[in-house]
Each structure stands twice: as C-alpha cells, then as structure tokens.
Design a protein around this ligand. Structure first.
Ligand code: SAH
Length: 458
C-alpha cells in the first residue's frame, strides 16, 4: 500500500482518556494494560467520539434510526485510509500538472450519510479542501447539516439534496470542477444481501439493520450504483480529475472494469484499503491524460491481475556497478541530447513512496527514435494541438535510486543503481515506453563504453 495509516497501531486507551475525560469510566484493566469493552455500544461510541475529538477535532451528533455510523475504530480508520488515498491522488496530480500548492481543492462526496464523515475528516486534515456533499435521505441530510455546522465547516462544505431517481453527480446544479469524487456505497440489492454482508459480519446484523432501506438498498447493489456513476461521468469528462468509489465486494471490481473498458476509459486505477482483517477496494477513473503512480493505482493481489491497469511506473536496474552521482551526470547528458525535450528538477520525491527526488521531462513528441531522427522532426512540426500551442505529449518523472537511504556524501559509492520512470501525463502509452527504453539503452551503453575506456587505460 501507498503509505501506512497513522492509526495502524491500536490506540493507547489511557492517553486517549486523558485527552477525552468521558472515556475514563469505560476503561478496563486487563493483564496486558488497559482496554474498553468492545461489546458495550456506549463504550464503543464513546471511543469513536474520543478518537474523532482528539485526532481530528471533530464532534458528532448521530440519529439512532439510521445506518450505523462509524462506530468501530476499524470503520473510522478505513475512512481515514480513503482520505489518505485521496490526499495522495491530489499530490500526484499536483506533480503531474506542475501546480505546486493550490489554494483550493474541491471534493465531491456522494451519499455523505448522517455523519458527513468524509467531508469533515477531509477538511480537518487539509486546510485547502472544500466539499460538496450529496444525500438523498431527509434524516441523514438533517444530521449531516448539524454535524457540518457544529464543527464550524459550513463555509467549506455545501450539502446538496439529491433524488434517488435523479442524477448522482450534481454537475448541473454547481459549476465547480472537482479534483475528485468519492463514495462509500454500502449498497445492497435487497435486505437479504444486507444480512449476508461483510458489514453485518463486522458490526453485527442489528447494527446495520438500524439503517433505512433508502440508505442501503439500490438496484444492482454497489456495482449497479457505481455503474451509474461511470455512465454519468462520461458526460462530464472535464468536470472532475478523478472519479472514485469504494467497493465492498471484489466481484464488483471485475464487473466495473468491464464497463470502463466498454466505455473506452483506459485511465483507471484499483487500490486496496486494508484495515485489520477487512479489505475494501477503491476504483478510480479519469478522462484526463494524467496518470496514477502504481502505488496508488495497482495492487499485487494475484486474483486481480487480469483486471489491473497497465503499469505507469517502470524500473530499470543498471547492469553495471556504478554510483548514483555517475548516473545523474550521464542521465543529464543523455537528456540534453534528446531534441526538443524540456527538463526541470522535481523537488518532490515523485509520488512513488520509494522514489527519490529526480527530474521531470516534457516531450512534445517522439524525437528520439531512429525513424524520428531520420525524418528530422522538429519541435515545431511536432506540435499536436490545433491551436498550435505546445502541449506536451509525454510528461515523465525520472528518479535514480540505489534502494538505500543515504547521506549526500554516500551518493558517489559504487553499487547497483535503478532508474525509476513514472508516467505523469500523456495519452500514448507507446510513447512513454519508447522513451523509457531509449533512455535505458543510452545509459547502459554509455556505462559499457566508460567501462571499456577504463579497461583500456588500465
Ligand atoms: N458516507 C457515509 C454514508 C455511507 S451510506 C459513510 O461512509 O459513513 C450511503 C449513503 O448514501 C446513505 O446515507 C444514503 O442515504 C445515501 N444515498 C443513497 N443513494 C444516494 C444517491 N443517489 N445520491 C446521494 N446519496 C445517496
């Protein structure tokens, strides 16, 4: 996974009760320390309040006759995980579009529920985030509005009432261009599926059954709901950078990837959210030419390989013992020799967690292949768009990595070095792949030449 959730460890209950006094009466001494009674709904609710209060400065009022709110740590943490994923997607896009820190980021939460948990968490963790939150159910909407107000976030979160038969995305009632959409659809086909669900196993059938049917049941279940989202999104390709939804069933992924392919949406990603013993998935798709790093858009699960998108991160291990410094110098020379290439250093470490800072290249077309050089394609003749502006056909992050955390002074030590290419933007995968193979070939051959030279001198 992309980055560890800061709440992977169970909380220190004593410290938590110091920060939230109401939790104190619920503490229980056990041999290994202190805990709470997880079978006591009041204790669990109080624990939730304590975590939300201490870690997110959030307070919450919830109705009893609606879907069980995030009353277990696992369920809060899964929500934190989804927000973390979106934070990573936002920073991946900021790198891809070369934007730096933006003053406002817009998110759209579909089916915010009575808690409005996602917009609240998202806004608390990120000062520049704003949300539109939709809800169909009257009681949920009323409580969502209360929760938004009591956390003083009404100037950053706008609640929109949707109709079950109406559009899912409120694109006609707002003019916002969203950075992402999100959704947690615990949507089942019928009551029977509700009782058989993973959610019921996790929190007990009574807890899920407090939900009103409108909150939980939709034709075709979660896959049916997300299918509607995909179909609607096709009409709004420019109104959102990344459409996303959480899914509770692995089988929904297969069904939805088929729909993405049928709609010719090739730019998509699948992520796994693991919390405790439960797993959820997030499917994300985009009509932009910006790509997700593999750490956000692909998972290793062998059962899912047939539906994974192609790799956007390509790695090449240099087949000689060399140093990072040496590769940096060689790479800079090779990039200078590629006609029409723009380069800029990247301050960030790319969005692959393991990838160190590197260089970002922009190409206006293939000027490196032998055929292109023969034709002497100039930068001007390569300009792709009708307006004649130079739109990069390929934006790629290149990092040099020896796989070890080293001090600056260690960079000249000889060792195995890897080049990491991350496809940031472009519609043509073959252009990215051809660029990567050209650079790798040149780097390898420049090193084999210098090796031979060294041997000659010796
Ligand atoms: N996001 C919350 C609630 C998820 S439950 C959480 O994670 O805790 C799903 C919510 O979607 C319910 O509150 C339900 O009433 C709402 N909903 C169902 N159909 C909807 C639609 N077409 N548009 C907006 N909200 C919808």
């Amino acid at each position: 996974m992309y980055r560890p959730n800061p709440y992977d460890q169970p909380p220190d209950f004593r410290a938590l009760a110091d920060a939230y006094i109401a939790l104190k009466p619920h503490l229980k001494e056990i041999r290994s320390g202190v805990t709470i009674d997880f079978h006591d709904p009041n204790a669990v609710r109080c624990l939730t309040e304590a975590l939300l209060h201490r870690d997110f400065d959030l307070s919450m009022t919830l109705p009893e006759n609606r879907l069980c709110p995030p009353v277990t740590i696992t369920r809060i943490l899964r929500r934190v995980n989804y927000i973390l994923l979106l934070e990573h997607i936002v920073s991946a896009m900021s790198l891809a579009f070369g934007e730096g820190d933006r003053s406002t980021i817009f998110g759209l939460d579909i089916g915010t529920g009575a808690s409005a948990i996602y917009p609240l968490l998202g806004c608390r963790r990120n000062k520049n985030w704003h949300f539109t939150a939709t809800e169909v159910d009257e009681v949920c909407a009323e409580y969502a509005s209360k929760n938004i107000n009591q956390n003083r976030l009404h100037d950053r979160i706008t609640l929109v009432r949707s109709r079950p038969s109406g559009p899912i995305f409120p694109m006609e009632s707002t003019s916002i261009t969203y950075d992402f959409t999100m959704c947690n659809p615990p949507f089942y086909c019928d009551r029977e599926e509700v009782l058989r669900s993973a959610e019921a196993k996790e929190v007990g059938p009574n807890a899920v059954c407090t939900g009103a049917d409108i909150e939980m049941i939709t034709p075709g279940g979660e896959a049916g709901f997300v299918r509607r989202m995909i179909e609607e999104s096709v009409h709004y390709p420019n109104r959102c950078r990344w459409y996303t939804s959480m899914l509770g069933k692995m089988s929904s992924l297969t069904e939805l990837v088929k729909i993405l392919h049928a709609k010719k949406i090739q730019n998509y990603g699948i992520t796994e959210l693991v919390q405790g013993t439960t797993k959820r998935w997030v499917i994300a798709w985009s009509f932009t030419d910006a790509h997700l790093p593999d750490s956000l858009g692909r998972i290793a699960n062998p059962a899912l390989q047939t539906i994974m998108p192609s790799k956007n991160t390509l790695k090449h291990t240099i087949p000689f013992i060399t140093s990072e410094d040496d590769i940096h110098i060689k790479l800079a020379q090779i990039l200078t020799n590629v006609e029409g290439l723009k380069t800029r250093p990247s301050k960030t470490s790319g969005t692959e967690t393991e990838s160190p800072p590197g260089v970002i290249i922009e190409a206006i077309g293939n000027t490196w292949s032998r055929a292109a050089r023969r034709k002497k394609l100039t930068a001007t003749s390569q300009r792709g768009d009708s307006a004649g502006q130079s739109v990069p056909q390929l934006v790629c992050h290149i990092a040099v990595n020896s796989g070890q955390d080293k001090a600056e002074s260690q960079r000249s030590v000889s060792q195995r070095v890897e080049l990491i290419f991350q496809w940031l933007r472009g519609c043509e995968r073959t252009l990215f792949e051809s660029f990567v193979s050209h650079i790798c070939r040149k780097v390898d051959s420049s090193l084999s030449t210098s090796d031979a030279e060294r041997m000659d001198i010796a």
